[in-house]
Design a protein around this ligand. Sequence first.
Ligand SMILES: NC(=O)c1ccc[n+]([C@@H]2O[C@H](COP(=O)([O-])OP(=O)(O)OC[C@H]3O[C@@H](n4cnc5c(N)ncnc54)[C@H](OP(=O)(O)O)[C@@H]3O)[C@@H](O)[C@H]2O)c1
Length: 301
Amino acid sequence: MRLVVTGRKGQVARALVERGRSAGVEVVCLARPEIDLTEPEFVARAIEATRGDVVINAAAYTAVDKAEAEPELAMQVNGEGARAVAAAAAMTGRPVVQISTDYVFDGALDRPYREDDPVGPLGVYGRTKLAGEIAVATANPRHVIARAAWVYSPFGHNFLKTMLRLGLTRDEVGVVADQWGAPTSALDLADGLIAMARRLIAEPDNASLYGVFHATGSLYTSWAGFAATIFVQAAALGRRPVAVTPISTAQYPTPAARPANSRLDSGKLRRVYGLTLPEWRGPAQDCVKRLILSPEADKQS
Ligand SMILES: NC(=O)c1ccc[n+]([C@@H]2O[C@H](COP(=O)([O-])OP(=O)(O)OC[C@H]3O[C@@H](n4cnc5c(N)ncnc54)[C@H](OP(=O)(O)O)[C@@H]3O)[C@@H](O)[C@H]2O)c1
């Protein structure tokens, strides 16, 4: 199997490369500077010219707060760019997997969100990702929209790496305790995406494989709970102990509002694809271990 993936340095793109290698899957990354999602015609040409069975759009404008000040750019990348990727895949008869987000929801629901629950993004990033979902679905009937949440990995920028960095100099960190979700390892997500791609190739006419799927780690926690696990694991590996002080969202204002409830129900992924991403705690501990014990391996991130 050969996957065409947009992005190269991003968390999910790098995870696909790493997990693809161990799964015997060839992963071809199309990324800047060769392809820029703000230039749809180049994107389309590059994808059409690149051999591969499934196209995965892992590139996105992901700066949630900055997006509030750059709505046009965010829309170009997450809306129009995603449309170009999906249309080019359709043009060459291939399915497209679009990575999307819990931020398409407003977080007001009192249970984990299912795929068909009403959307209502709170900010620019969520609105542009929702526009991307609609554009992809319109441009390519053979689409999978995989909504992830709280993605972390040894690569790039993410909450887990931020906590480890803060823990180098701080004895105590205040972390939001009233937002709930499922921390999701990009590596586990990549395993899931590879398994999904295999099914899409094996059963191209199986209509149930297409559509929207929630794909997050199992079980839920708050950011404060996630941070506590990170610091306990880091301390077990010799780092200084760090106390987590739970704070409220109101005490940590950000330019973009976040959903209080980011819990996604991944039951459809289990029922249709037979896939369950692992419970969040083990992979988070593994990621801390990897970053502390072999930091060189991920240095380029
Ligand atoms: N991170 C999360 O917590 C989270 C949660 C839910 C869903 N998601 C979704 O998961 C997907 C992957 O996220 P991630 O965490 O892997 O993101 P990331 O680490 O921020 O990487 C984003 C990637 O997009 C690329 N990119 C940005 N603008 C581009 C442009 N104009 N043209 C081409 N490439 C561009 C970046 O390229 P460069 O390497 O050149 O900068 C980078 O490779 C995204 O669709 C995101 O919306 C993420």
